[in-house]
Ligand binder design. Structure first.
Ligand SMILES: [Zn+2]
Length: 207
């Protein structure tokens, strides 16, 4: 997909409809900056508002994604809606997976820390204390691996250098330095290291 071409096409259609970037942004309930980012080819409209955008620009999604008007092709609205719906479902599934990751990891870490605290301060035989700490650490480590596994599979990581979106290997994900879900990894496409951002789908850029 040629984002620059799509961007120019969006700008041209918007002007044809006599709208400014601000008008369009306001009607869609998003920021002017988001519209400007589409039009300069820096990002793509997210699937949630693509249909509304096309309606306002009086084009269809095929045309939007192609960056030009398609005369020969008949306008099959249902096919487009299905395509968008499919993408939306994948995004939702990934969003849910990432939510599950938080739901299992936070309580486990809290429970583990609580056990270590009890082991350190309660009047208990030494072997029970050691067993409790070992169990807590094993639990946190196991859930940690499961969480990273979920995070690795849900959605993609975006390289900050070449904008390639990809799924890293399990080991890469586990061993990478991270801040939240942003991980410092080597890009398989351009080979450069950068802080790679978690994104939900292969094509959409954030709006
Ligand atoms: Zn790259």
């Amino acid at each position: 997909m040629d984002q620059i071409k799509v961007g120019r096409f969006i700008a041209a259609c918007r002007k044809e409809q006599g709208m400014t970037q601000a008008n369009l942004a306001e009607t869609l309930g998003i920021s002017d900056r988001a519209v400007s980012k589409w039009e300069t080819g820096k990002s793509m409209p997210d699937s949630g508002i693509m249909l509304k955008l096309c309606e306002l620009l009086r084009i269809n999604v095929n045309e939007l994604l192609s960056g030009e008007r398609i005369m020969a092709e008949s306008y099959d609205k249902r096919a487009e809606e299905n395509l968008l719906e499919m993408r939306r479902q994948i995004e939702n599934k990934n969003r849910q997976l990432l939510r599950t990751e938080y739901l299992i990891s936070f309580p486990t870490v809290l429970a583990g820390l609580f056990m270590c605290f009890v082991a350190a301060y309660a009047e208990l035989p030494v072997w029970i204390r050691i067993a409790m700490i070992a169990f807590a650490l094993a639990m946190i480590l196991t859930v940690g691996f499961i969480s990273v596994g979920i995070e690795q599979k849900a959605g993609y990581y975006e390289c900050q250098k070449c904008r390639d979106r990809h799924i890293p290997t399990c080991w890469q994900t586990n061993l990478a330095m991270h801040i939240g879900r942003t991980r410092y990894m080597k890009c398989p496409k351009c080979g450069q290291r950068s802080w790679q951002k978690k994104v939900l789908s292969k094509e959409d850029a954030e709006v």
